[in-house]
Every structure is written in structure tokens, then in C-alpha cells.
Design a protein around this ligand. Structure first.
Ligand code: IPE
Ligand code: IPE
Ligand code: MG
Length: 237
């Protein structure tokens, strides 16, 4: 079995999962967090190098104040509760996105957690929070423009490899497999630049129901893909 080096997941369907059970949306998000925990464990055991999770999109801040506030609280609780466990399991953590939206307490906890886990050498866990694929490209363009203005690089030297260095996932391997749960078949402004050649896997399963067997199904589907990268093995014309 070929294990993807980098898996990215759009964890969707928490609200619908809760609605089906007459629970509140936040209870759906709470169950979603439990699944994240399992997924981190399982990806670590499988030998996945990087797991990037879409936790909160740039657009999600336009949800009701109540839901956004509760999501922020949940994020803070998770940061407080999980860091020690992540450290014990040698997980490295990186949070990508425009963190300035978050309350200062969360920004500080997020910084501290990343600092504590920075030296770890196991699974790289990337959490995309207030993240948008367009935001990421725009912030990279700003940094590249600044480097030109400061005389570090020439405009004509900006190519794909140089530009990539300014993207949030610069240090990570290419995304091999992008999974979206809950039946929607769109990117919703998640990774754009980084999924140029990813394999896409859509499942109707709602995120709170996404377990190890669902992960195995996604990886087995990945194994049946013929990744050609534009090139034909058969050289005949
Ligand atoms: C995904 O679940 C989690 C976040 C976007 C924070 P949703 O909250 O989008 O759940 P649905 O799509 O309404 O079911
Ligand atoms: C994408 O889900 C964002 C996350 C999973 C964090 P959404 O539920 O926000 O996306 P849309 O509204 O279906 O496009
Ligand atoms: Mg959704």
C-alpha cells in the first residue's frame, strides 16, 4: 500500500450530523474534534508525513456570532487540552491562516503550542484557521513584492519555486491526497496553489462519522489512481 506523504482534509458536515440527531451545531463540532484526534493518531501510525486540516475558513467568520464564538472557545479548549498529548506523540504543529482575527488569548496559546512542538520529528499537523487559498496566494505575493522592494530578489527571478517559498505550506511535501467529507464537491477556498496535482477524494460520509475504515477507503482509492503528471509512460504517439 502506497501511503500518501501529505493528506489534506476539508472536514465538512458537522452541522448536518448534529441536525440529524437533534443536537446543536456546536455538539457536531465537538464530535468533529474527537474525529480529528483519531485521525491524527491514525495518520501518525500509517506513516503519513503531513496532515493538513481545514478547521475554519476565511468565509466561516461570516457565520452567526454565536457559532463563531463557540468555535473560538472550542479551539482554545482543544489547544489547552491536546498540546501535551501531541508532544508525547512527537507531533509537530503549525497553524496557518490569518490569526489576527482570533482573540489574543488564542493567538498566544497557538504561538506557545507551535513553539513547544516545533522540535518534534513525527507527523506534521497543519491546522488551517481563518485560512483561505486566495488569502495565502495574496500574502505570498506581498512577501515576494517586499523582497523585491528590499533588493533581495529581482522581479524576473520570481518563478514557481521561488514563489512557493512564500506560501504557508512551503516546507511541506506536495499534497498527494485531498479528502472532502459530506458530499460537497468543491474546494471552498481551501488550498489552491498546493493542490495543483493532488488526487481528489469526495465521500458522502459526514466528518463526525469519518473513522479509520473511511480513511482506509480514501487511501485505497488513492492507490488505484494513475498519477501521470501530464506525462505518458507509453512513449508511442
Ligand atoms: C464543518 O462543518 C466545520 C466548519 C466549517 C467549522 P459545517 O459546520 O460546515 O457543517 P455543515 O456543512 O453545516 O453540515
Ligand atoms: C469548508 O466548509 C470549511 C471547513 C470545513 C472548515 P464550509 O461548510 O464552510 O463550506 P461551504 O459553505 O459548504 O462551501
Ligand atoms: Mg459545511
Amino acid at each position: 500500500m502506497n501511503i500518501p506523504k501529505h493528506i489534506a482534509i476539508i472536514m465538512d458536515g458537522n452541522g448536518r450530523w448534529a441536525k440529524k440527531r437533534l443536537l446543536s451545531r456546536i455538539q457536531g463540532h465537538q464530535k468533529g474534534v474527537k474525529v480529528v484526534r483519531e485521525m491524527v493518531k491514525n495518520c501518525g501510525l500509517l506513516g503519513v508525513k503531513t496532515l493538513t486540516l481545514f478547521a475554519f475558513s476565511s468565509e466561516n467568520k461570516n457565520r452567526s456570532t454565536e457559532e463563531v464564538t463557540l468555535l473560538f472557545k472550542l479551539f482554545l479548549t482543544v489547544l489547552q487540552q491536546e498540546v501535551k498529548k501531541l508532544n508525547k506523540h512527537n507531533v509537530k504543529l503549525k497553524i496557518v491562516g490569518d490569526m489576527s482575527l482570533f482573540p489574543e488569548e488564542i493567538q498566544k496559546k497557538a504561538k506557545d503550542a507551535q513553539k513547544l512542538l516545533a522540535k518534534n520529528t513525527g507527523l506534521s499537523l497543519i491546522i488551517a484557521a481563518n485560512y483561505g487559498g486566495k488569502w495565502d496566494i495574496a500574502q505570498a505575493a506581498q512577501k515576494a513584492a517586499q523582497a523585491v522592494a528590499d533588493g533581495y530578489i529581482q522581479p524576473e527571478s520570481i518563478n514557481e519555486d521561488i514563489f512557493d517559498k512564500y506560501m504557508s505550506l512551503a516546507e511541506e511535501p506536495e499534497v498527494d491526497l485531498l479528502i472532502r467529507t459530506s458530499g460537497e464537491q468543491r474546494i471552498s477556498n481551501f488550498l489552491l496553489w498546493d493542490i495543483a496535482y493532488s488526487e481528489l477524494y469526495f465521500t458522502d460520509t459526514l466528518w463526525p462519522d469519518f473513522d479509520k475504515s473511511e480513511l482506509d477507503k480514501a487511501i485505497s482509492s488513492f492507490n488505484n489512481r494513475d498519477r501521470r503528471f501530464g506525462v505518458r509512460k507509453d512513449k508511442a504517439c
